[in-house]
Design a protein around this ligand. Structure first.
Ligand code: FRU
Length: 491
């Protein structure tokens, strides 16, 4: 990958192009022996504008090839002001992308569905040129983000929406041939609802609905990203339930990711009925900073996702990523009683760590990113509340970086197994026993080596086992110069 080695924040084991803005993963599909991963991309700068679909593919989730830009806005066309989000399906030798066609003169919140077809394994796409679903149902105040899947001998499609009566919704369509679509009604719709006791809500509208159908006696999951017309905190929610006719009946909403920096995740149905998820991890620093660095946004690791026997969504890094483990960095085992921290060893700026922690009180791991110990990312267990806390309040001495501490449920009365993947400015924490995950971005300013410590509150007894490996960079083959940029000029 043509990374700028002097940029300390650019991840090396997470997908993103060398420069410019990215947001949502799009068009995720296994086709012609490859995982295809497209993404919202502004080829002209590091802010959200001129949305195209960038495109990577990989046979194994490890070595990637950047293909030419898949979708570009057509001047004067239905998508003249952006090819917004959507997915793609594999149908024989056809790869068909469905996406949200943006024209600001149509409406800022309505992006009707259009499509584009590739017959050369995703190297080039022929846009349909006209809308697939020309009008949205009456009463939609927001409408975008198609998700198409095969269901027996028919195709089905969800589109995200906000309804005039205040509900967020996923609208259901059906097609025999991917060309003509019939609207069937609301697949699911809910008034804005709290998500557990997180302080977050399901939103006025649902962006990027994704669907993992029920199978083998396990319920299905509808995932969507909460959209609010007047901004406010955004979260990603899963509803777990079953299809009854053309309606999805589900239980209460649950968070898909407990951190602040994972939005608009998308699903890919991989061979052997395996489901993968990538999210968009946006910047948690002032925009001027990322603009001056020339890039913004990264995709999360690919995660295997399933609905557990207990009806909760479970995620873990795709097994293939174990091959990115390089040199052993830390192998530490011991018991401490506090309050002095225990040094566990040094790590690079990209590492993959597993830990088992057994504690009688507040305790955890600290990633020191400055030699004097003033800058650190904390991961601690709060036995009193039964939560794992990831605290970035001291993770950057630069006040243009966001702080905050974030929690996910974690029963600490038993040994806690976690996996932490840190890649320069992104940290993803997976709880092995529950399958819950928390993603955040952080921007350490120290240029010295990083170290890991075990921390305990006074009189707390901590038993720890920690193993960490340096993380190898993904191999990304960039496109040739003539295919790296879209034709034409930004709109
Ligand atoms: C989610 C989203 C989508 C939209 C796209 C535009 O982040 O707002 O709803 O299609 O981004 O880039």
């Amino acid at each position: 990958m043509s990374t700028a080695p002097c940029d300390p924040y650019r991840p090396v084991a997470h997908l993103r192009p060398p420069r410019n803005w990215i947001n949502d993963p799009n068009g995720l599909v296994f086709h012609d022996g490859h995982y295809h991963v497209c993404y919202q991309y502004n080829p002209y700068g590091a802010t959200h504008a001129n949305m195209h679909w960038g495109h990577f593919r990989s046979p194994d989730l490890l070595s990637w090839e950047a293909l030419p830009i898949a979708l570009s806005p057509a001047p004067g066309g239905e998508d003249a002001d952006g090819c917004f989000s959507g997915n793609a399906v594999s149908d024989g030798d056809r790869l068909v992308a469905f996406y949200s066609a943006n024209r600001w003169d149509r409406s800022p919140q309505h992006q009707p569905v259009t499509s584009a077809t590739s017959r050369d394994s995703g190297r080039t796409f022929s846009p349909r040129g006209e809308l697939v679903v020309p009008a949205w149902p009456e009463g939609c105040t927001m409408y975008r983000d198609p998700y198409v899947w095969r269901d027996g001998d028919r195709w089905r499609m969800l589109v995200g929406a906000a309804l005039a009566d205040g509900r967020g919704a996923a609208l259901l369509y059906e097609s025999p041939d991917l060309d003509t679509w019939t609207y069937l009604g609301l697949f699911d719709a809910r008034e804005q609802e709290p998500v557990g006791d997180t302080g977050l809500h399901t939103g006025e509208g649902w962006e990027c609905p994704q669907y993992l159908p029920a199978r083998s006696g396990r319920p299905g999951a509808l995932i969507f990203s909460a959209w609010n017309d007047h901004d406010g905190p955004r979260c990603v929610t899963a509803l777990v339930g079953e299809e009854h006719g053309d309606v999805f009946e589900a239980g209460p909403p649950a968070l898909v990711d407990h951190g602040p920096d994972c939005y608009a995740p998308a699903l890919l149905r991989a061979p052997a009925d395996r489901w993968l998820l990538w999210g968009w991890s946006g910047e948690a620093r002032e925009e001027a900073w990322s603009v001056s660095d020339g890039w913004a946004g990264v995709l999360t690791l690919p995660r295997e996702i399933s609905v557990g026997g207990d009806g909760t969504l479970r995620q873990r890094p795709a097994a293939e990523l174990l091959a990115l483990r390089g040199e052993y960095a830390v192998q530490a085992e011991g018991v401490t009683q506090g309050p002095e921290p225990v040094d566990l060893g040094g790590v690079g700026r990209a590492f993959d760590l597993t830990a088992r922690l057994e504690t009688t009180g507040p305790a955890g791991l600290r990633l020191l990113t400055s030699p004097d110990g003033s800058e650190y990312l904390d991961i601690r267990l709060d036995a009193a509340t039964g939560e794992l806390v990831v605290d970035r309040d001291h993770a950057s001495l630069d006040d243009r970086a966001r702080g905050g501490s974030y929690r996910m449920p974690c029963p600490a009365d038993q040994p806690v197994d976690l996996r932490l993947v840190v890649d320069h400015s992104i940290a993803e924490v997976f709880l092995t026993s529950t399958g819950q995950v928390l993603t955040l971005r952080f921007y350490p300013t120290g240029d010295g080596p990083w170290r890991l410590q075990a921390h305990t509150a006074p009189d707390t007894h901590l038993r720890y086992t920690v193993d960490a490996w340096e993380l190898l960079p993904l191999v990304i083959k960039e496109p040739s110069a003539e295919t790296a940029l879209p034709q034409g000029q930004p709109t």
